[in-house]
Design a protein around this ligand. Structure first.
Ligand code: NAI
Ligand SMILES: CC/C=C\CC(=O)/C=C/C=C\C=C\C=C\[C@@H](O)[C@@H](O)C/C=C\CCC(=O)O
Length: 265
């Protein structure tokens, strides 16, 4: 078959924004999108790490392929400014990965603000730029939920609630977009445990439920840990497959599976 472009050119010309991109899963998502020729804007509150990633990938992919912007997803003002800077610099937004997230059952309102409201804020502001009905060129949003978005983790009820919210918001947003003709697909990933900073010292992040860490730690030991690259490859699948809208991809060490939900009809 004559290939017009190499597989690694698939996202050439596409502009991606990734939140929580300085380390962990977000960094891997950014790097994977760059490997596939996207231009990537990395948003995070960790300036040093974010700038270090951009310095590194610039050596590999050239100038003007990656940009770090400090952005706290708790602030609509900062999200608006970062997305406007993205559009002003690169001409638009085609891909948004709402990935930023924390685990903190003590500061549970912050957890809600980052994990759930941050996803809503990012999606709604991005739609102002991506929505075909308002001058955008369409695109795709991939939200990082969790296996805790599909079933409860006894040790972190609020974290669980935020991730269930991300799944529900994603599915409803996908349907709203399809019915309205926005041209923006919305999908979610639900990874099991992944080897990142987030899972270090979990007990210290469980607040009043710290006495329940055994069950969670045991599950982590039983299932093993995903790598950030395994997760990023699943994000790429949802970005590239234009048939995916409202899809929820469960990612386990033993493989990945699209979730089917009870029909409401
Ligand atoms: N590590 C795991 O086992 C799993 C993680 N997840 C989710 O994956 C996403 C990424 O988590 P990890 O890479 O594991 O964590 P991480 O802690 O390694 O990285 C999270 C990144 O988000 C940034 N961040 C935190 N709050 C922010 C804010 N208000 N605004 C902007 N950036 C912010 C941090 O500075 C950091 O760079 C999160 O949504 C998390 O809930 C989902 C399933 C499993
Ligand atoms: C504590 C959160 C740590 C890391 C972030 C994260 O999102 C990790 C999620 C990994 C797995 C979640 C699995 C959820 C499974 C549920 O569907 C139930 O099947 C769990 C039942 C028992 C597990 C024991 C417990 O609740 O801790």
């Amino acid at each position: 078959m004559l290939r017009l472009t190499s597989p690694k050119m698939a996202l050439d010309g596409k502009i991606a924004v990734v939140t929580g991109a300085a380390v962990g899963i977000g960094e891997a998502i950014a790097r994977t999108l760059l490997q596939n020729s996207a231009t990537v804007v990395l948003l995070d509150v960790n300036d040093a790490a974010g700038k270090a990633v951009v310095e590194d990938v610039t050596k590999q992919y050239g100038e003007d392929k990656a940009l770090f912007l400090r952005c706290n997803v708790e602030s609509e003002e900062q999200i608006k400014a970062a997305f406007q800077k993205t559009v002003d610099t690169f001409g638009g937004i085609d891909i948004l990965c709402n990935n930023a997230g924390i685990l903190n059952e003590s500061e549970w309102e912050k957890t809600v603000s980052v994990n759930l409201l941050g996803v809503v804020r990012g999606t709604y502001v991005a739609l102002q730029h991506m929505n075909k009905l308002t001058g955008g060129r369409g695109g795709v949003v991939v939200n990082t939920a969790s296996m805790a978005g599909l079933g409860p983790l006894v040790s972190c009820p609020v974290y669980t609630a935020t991730k269930h919210g991300v799944v529900g918001f994603t599915r409803a947003m996908a349907a709203a977009s399809a019915v309205s003709g926005y041209g923006v697909r919305c999908n979610a990933i639900c990874p099991h445990f992944v080897q990142t900073d987030l899972i270090t010292n979990i007990k210290s992040k469980l607040g009043q439920f710290s006495h329940l860490d055994d069950a969670t730690n045991q599950m982590m030991e039983n299932t093993g840990l995903l790598t950030v690259s395994e997760v990023a490859e699943s994000v790429l699948e949802l970005v590239m497959d234009e048939t995916k809208n409202g899809d929820v991809l469960m990612i386990l060490k033993q493989g990945k599976q699209y979730i089917t939900f009870p029909s409401m009809q």
